[in-house]
Ligand binder design. Structure first.
Ligand SMILES: *C1O[C@H](CO)[C@@H](O)[C@H](O)[C@H]1NC(C)=O
Ligand SMILES: *[C@@H]1O[C@H](CO)[C@@H](O)[C@H](O)[C@H]1NC(C)=O
Ligand SMILES: *[C@@H]1O[C@H](CO)[C@@H](O)[C@H](O)[C@H]1NC(C)=O
Ligand SMILES: *[C@@H]1O[C@H](CO)[C@@H](O)[C@H](O)[C@H]1NC(C)=O
Length: 374
């Protein structure tokens, strides 16, 4: 009797595996702390890090991994939706990258907290990164504070070279054209501009920012990327760290305006790029719409606190970073913000679900699930 069940069990196992199987061969993640899964912990000189409690309190074994979150971030949840356990590992954790590329290779995360579209963003501790162009160099032995988007793409080009060597040109091109490239960046550039005494007007600054972003995207396209999922800048004026600058505790509207304009401009840039690269497909997540939609009406999403950070100190828990002695909220699931800048695991999950299956108001011209399956 019992043996009759075996084929059925196997059938179910097959179905589950097929359902859980990623519909993209690999995921490559680029960007800032919203997507960093440990890059900065591998930069000895970096000050932009989260590899200490209470960060990671909801990660398995309450392990602080370098994610700026109580648990997983949006890159993790997007990867989960594609059938992964969580985000692929940080590039810097791969050491000699030849061996991981041979085993069941599923992608790499290059994102670095504090980084931006502009090389100078986040790099107050600037030193040369000269070893980078040599594939056999020790990547963790540099002194950078953060890894800029340009440097992340440079690191990807090293991977590209290995893929070419291992797979050959045709297979590598096919593999990369089906892989998903996720990019979440721009907030730190806008913070940098806003809190500096730059002589550039808003329009001048954002134009040059988007021009630079477009050039980075072109580099990725020239390195074989064809499915690009972009998350625009959230309403960063609503971060607890910025609300403390508004006497009424409201959002800093000017910063949110910058984020809106950035989205509109990057939307045009992507439209332009897709006429230049005919086989390119993209999704642009509107992080302003997605986030304000929750802030303005939090209860249906099970959030009760959308202003204060869960972990921190002082007004809105936003006068200190989330350190081991910071005060921690009781119900982390009810908070939109984990620390003074970053979303909680619950908020990141909601963001990923919206990017994956959301309507055009939140993600356009197609959502991430459509991007992955085309
Ligand atoms: C986006 O995602 C789902 C699939 O996950 C798809 O069925 C749906 O049509 C898309 N939503 C919209 C509104 O485009
Ligand atoms: C790489 O650099 C780190 C930090 O300087 C060092 O601890 C490690 O041993 C180096 N690894 C190799 C393979 O040289
Ligand atoms: C501060 O918040 C209020 C809403 O509470 C808003 O009307 C106002 O524009 C904000 N001030 C600034 C400087 O952004
Ligand atoms: C935590 O401790 C550090 C160093 O001991 C101190 O500088 C910081 O102000 C403390 N933070 C809080 C939130 O108490």
């Amino acid at each position: 009797m019992a043996t009759r069940w075996i084929p059925l069990v196997l059938l179910f196992a097959t179905i589950i595996i097929n359902l859980a199987e990623a519909n993209v061969p690999a995921i490559f993640v680029f960007g800032d702390s919203t997507a960093d899964v440990g890059t900065n912990t591998l930069l000895p000189g970096s000050l932009a890090r989260a590899d200490f409690p209470h960060n990671g309190i909801d990660f398995p074994y309450s392990r602080p991994t370098g994610r700026f979150s109580n648990g997983l971030n949006s890159a993790d949840f997007l990867a989960k939706l594609m059938g992964y356990k969580r985000s692929p590992p940080p590039f810097l954790s791969l050491g000699n990258i030849k061996s991981p590329l041979k085993r069941n290779f599923r992608g790499i995360n290059f994102a670095s907290g504090g980084s931006g579209i502009l090389d100078k963003t986040g790099n107050s501790v600037l030193t040369s990164f000269g070893k980078e162009s040599n594939p056999s160099s020790n990547y963790s032995a540099n002194q950078k504070n953060v890894i800029s988007l340009a440097d992340q793409i440079q690191q990807f080009s090293v991977v590209y070279t290995y893929l070419e060597a291992i797979m050959g040109t045709v297979a590598k091109n096919k593999f990369l054209s089906k892989s998903l490239f996720i990019i979440s960046v721009g907030s730190n550039d806008i913070f940098g501009y806003y809190h500096s005494d730059s002589s550039l007007t808003k329009k001048e600054f954002l134009s040059s920012l988007v021009l630079t972003y477009g050039n980075h995207l072109k580099s990725l396209l020239n390195l074989g990327a064809r499915k690009i999922g972009i998350v625009s800048v959230p309403p960063i004026g609503c971060c607890p760290s910025q609300r403390i600058f508004n006497a009424t505790g409201g959002c800093l509207e000017e910063l949110n305006d910058h984020a809106r304009t950035f989205h509109a401009m990057i939307n045009m840039e992507l439209d332009k790029l897709s006429s230049e690269f005919k086989d390119m497909k993209y999704s642009l997540g509107n992080a302003v719409e997605m986030t304000l939609n929750v802030i303005e009406n939090p209860y249906p999403f099970n959030f009760k606190e959308v202003k204060a950070a869960c972990c921190g100190a002082g007004t809105f828990n936003a006068e200190s970073f989330c350190t081991p002695n910071a005060s921690l909220c009781l119900n982390r699931k009810e908070y939109l913000f984990w620390d003074l800048f970053h979303p909680t695991q619950a908020a990141s999950k909601l963001a990923a679900l919206t990017l994956y299956g959301g309507e055009p108001r939140f993600v356009a011209p197609i959502n991430f699930s459509q991007l992955a399956s085309r």
